[in-house]
Design a protein around this ligand. Structure first.
Ligand SMILES: [Ca+2]
Ligand SMILES: [Ca+2]
Ligand SMILES: [Ca+2]
Length: 279
């Protein structure tokens, strides 16, 4: 998969942001869903020389890792080295010229809020992305908003997007009756609808298989071999608004292993609040 960078703003728009000053933002993210979790968040302050995603444009390999497996950097999944956002953006927590980024850890549970502080290092734009679990390749995204500079509190509602890099089969990797080759693992989690086998239906464990680690050995829908730590398992277009989880009411048979009474959602799926402190 080719990594594609798309300019987000014109030079004219950047010119209007010349008054940006270094600021430590307080960023809160609220999970608005009933039964989906957010994996650790990629939060990037950047110029128009960097872009996390673009609706209507094929996802980068780094975005595929994030959306399919929750992987942002090598520390999470060494096998993604050279393909993940660390490879695309540079080291975390420092000024990379075009960007500075953090990986904010921990799961965001349904109907909960987590808050972070983030030094934007004078970058004018802000993006955020995080995988929704359990899904094949859904992510919640904020794309290149202008970072407010006046002290105050600013809110944004975020949609769930489909990265387009994995077919939405909604099948756990142990399923063999439909495709004959196993499902595409719903992010590598060991049981349908949860992050670890045996966990309650909407309370993922972080201990089984590692959070967001892709385990997709088998074959894709075209019969091509998929090795461990690959994120190639069919495509369903450029980045687009997610069709939502379809689900059904059996975790072990039918067209989906997800629960239609728990795992469906409507956009927006997240609220982000940015507090710009008084200078
Ligand atoms: Ca973009
Ligand atoms: Ca998909
Ligand atoms: Ca089912």
């Amino acid at each position: 998969m080719a990594v594609t960078k798309i300019a987000g703003l014109t030079a004219l728009a950047l010119g209007t942001l010349s008054s940006v000053h270094a600021v430590e933002l307080e960023i809160s993210i609220t999970n608005l869903t009933q039964g989906n979790y957010f994996t650790p968040r990629l939060v990037v302050a950047h110029t128009d020389a960097a872009d996390v995603f673009e609706v209507g444009t094929p996802a980068s390999t780094a975005l595929a890792w994030l959306a399919e497996a929750g992987v942002i950097d090598d520390a999470q999944e060494p096998a993604s080295a050279g393909q993940n956002f660390e490879a695309v953006l540079g080291p975390a927590d420092t000024d990379n010229g075009s960007n500075t980024w953090h990986r904010f850890g921990g799961l965001v549970a349904p109907a909960t809020t987590l808050t972070y502080t983030f030094d934007t290092m004078d970058k004018p734009l802000l993006s955020l992305a995080s995988m929704l679990i359990p899904t094949n390749d859904a992510f919640v995204g904020l794309d290149s908003i202008e970072i407010p500079t006046e002290p105050g509190t600013y809110s944004y509602y975020l949609n769930a997007y489909d990265a387009g890099t994995e077919l939405n089969d909604e099948l756990n990797s142990t399923r063999t009756d439909i495709t004959g080759v196993g499902g595409t693992a719903l992010g590598g989690y060991g049981a349908p609808g949860v992050a670890g086998a045996g966990a309650p239906p909407i309370a993922p464990s972080m201990s089984v298989g590692g959070l967001g680690v892709a385990v997709q050995v088998g074959q894709d829908a075209d019969g091509n071999a998929i090795g461990a730590n690959e994120v190639v398992d069919g495509t369903d277009g450029p980045v687009h608004i997610h069709r939502n989880t379809l689900g059904d009411t059996s975790a072990t048979d039918g067209a989906s292993d997800l629960n239609s009474t728990v795992h469906r959602w409507l956009n927006p799926v997240a609220k982000v609040t940015i507090v710009v402190p008084a200078a």
